[in-house]
Design a protein around this ligand. Structure first.
Ligand code: AVJ
Ligand code: FE
Length: 437
């Protein structure tokens, strides 16, 4: 499945780095300098922090670790270390200004591309360099911050700075079953083969998963609205204790960015207020809200292993695919990825992206909360740094799967794991529900 030819890998790395930088430019050139340095939400960094942090990570891993170069600006490392300063405190740091941040990031990039041109990219060598891993990791890192910056765009007030065409409509007059059956038995979870898989996706290992039913599509705004209107946010029965405390403390009554006006539910989406669409996956719900909805519906969230089995297991061959549709990299016909659209597609879209079980939209559209805590797989080894995954393992973080419309394909695959606090709602999060067979 994976390219091993060094020239193909070099091209793949170059394309991924260029695509990430084009997207970073779109996100940071679409607002003025005042907006780049402003704090749009205490939950987020100023955009100019993400920009220089992208350059700083690239410098540390490509120029210094791979290339053995001296630091270009050693004095700024601390400013852009996410563990030294909280997001809320970042605007008061002596950050590079927008022009300096752009110059720094492009200076680093020029040197990184020189390194890529000369990199051996063979199968041997140091693990960081094997199959261009460091280049792939840095492209994924930049794309992850591009998603973070898109969240900041969603949180900012004022008129829209970004526009995009709507995603494709569902295929014709097809009526999909509400749920699909995933047969019981073992499957291979995680990967040891995917060259740019991050440490937490490794290694491949066998898991036993009993038969279960899974929603064909993510839960829609229309379905979620019934939970809202039938008093879901006022009934303690549906909520985990911490979730109920969150609902009471913040007087929650609907997903983030929704409001009710003159008997109609509206939502704000990238600077535009519009009616809540009925058949689009619900977005901006916390794990607690997803968990409460599932209980109200008489169902539950899928476990992370269930999600991955539904997305990857091929019952004919018995092997796990890279994606629901097979091993082929995502194209625009498979999934809503890469910020090509600024919203999830309606339920039933992307028929070419379905899994063998018939589940759709597992990749792209909305991140899907699972019931599982973020934990290491058996045989996990932190690589190349403990702060990517290891320091987050434990019951405090819940796993999200599948990627959203805001995730680039380089950072999305059947094995990819994301995680966040169960109270988070500004992320592009939705969910689907399951039940035992
Ligand atoms: C994997 C999305 C949780 O954004 O906090 C970026 C990715 N790690 N820089 C995050 C990450 C370091 C991470 N998530
Ligand atoms: Fe980062």
């Amino acid at each position: 499945a994976a390219d091993v030819d060094p020239e193909a890998l070099r091209r793949r790395a170059l394309d991924a780095l260029v695509a990430a930088r084009d997207r970073t430019a779109l996100l940071t050139d679409s607002v003025d300098d005042g907006e780049l340095t402003a704090q749009h939400s205490p939950l987020m960094s100023p955009l100019v922090w993400d920009l220089a942090h992208i350059g700083n990570q690239e410098e540390q891993w490509l120029l210094r670790a791979v290339g053995g170069r001296e630091a270009l600006r050693p004095e700024i490392d601390g400013l852009y270390n996410a563990f030294e300063h909280s997001r809320a405190s970042r605007p008061s740091l002596p950050l590079l200004d927008p022009a300096e941040a752009r110059t720094y990031a492009s200076d680093v990039r020029g040197r990184a591309l020189d390194l890529l041109e000369a990199a051996p990219l063979h199968g041997g060598g140091r693990p960081l360099e094997r199959a261009g891993f460091a280049f792939g990791m840095i492209a994924q890192h930049e794309q992850q911050h591009d998603e973070t910056m898109l969240i900041t765009h969603q949180l900012r007030s004022g008129p829209a700075a970004l526009t995009a065409p709507p995603p494709p409509a569902p295929a014709g007059d097809e009526t999909l079953p509400v749920e699909v059956l995933v047969p019981g038995g073992p499957f291979t979870m995680g990967t040891s083969a995917e060259p740019w898989a991050l440490d937490n996706e490794r290694p491949a290992h066998e898991r036993e998963v009993a038969a279960f039913h899974l929603d064909t599509a993510p839960v829609t705004c229309g379905a979620y609205l019934r939970f809202v209107e039938e008093g879901g946010y006022r009934d303690e029965r549906w909520w985990a204790p911490e979730g109920w405390a969150m609902v009471r403390e913040h007087a929650l009554e609907a997903p983030l960015f929704w409001r009710r006006e003159a008997g109609q539910w509206l939502r704000r989406r990238f600077g535009v207020t519009e009616p809540v669409p009925d058949d689009e996956p619900v977005l901006h719900v916390s794990w607690y809200e997803a968990d409460a909805y599932a209980r109200w519906a008489g169902r539950r969230l899928p476990t992370e292993s269930e999600w991955e089995k539904a997305a990857r297991h091929d019952p004919v061959s018995g092997r796990s695919r890279r994606y629901p549709w097979g091993d082929e990299d995502p194209t625009p016909a498979h999934a809503n990825l890469g910020q090509r659209h600024l919203r999830p597609a309606r339920s039933g879209a992307y028929p070419q992206g379905r899994s063998p079980s018939g589940a759709g939209q597992l990749i792209g559209d909305v991140w899907e909360w699972t019931s599982s805590d973020f934990l290491p797989y058996p045989g996990f080894v932190a690589f190349p740094y403990r702060e990517y995954s290891q320091v987050f393992f434990g019951p405090g973080h819940k796993v999200l799967r599948g990627g959203s419309f805001a995730v680039d394909r380089v950072a999305c695959r059947g094995t990819f794991r994301n995680w966040d606090l169960p109270v988070r709602r500004q992320i592009f999060s939705g969910f689907r529900t399951a039940r035992d067979a």
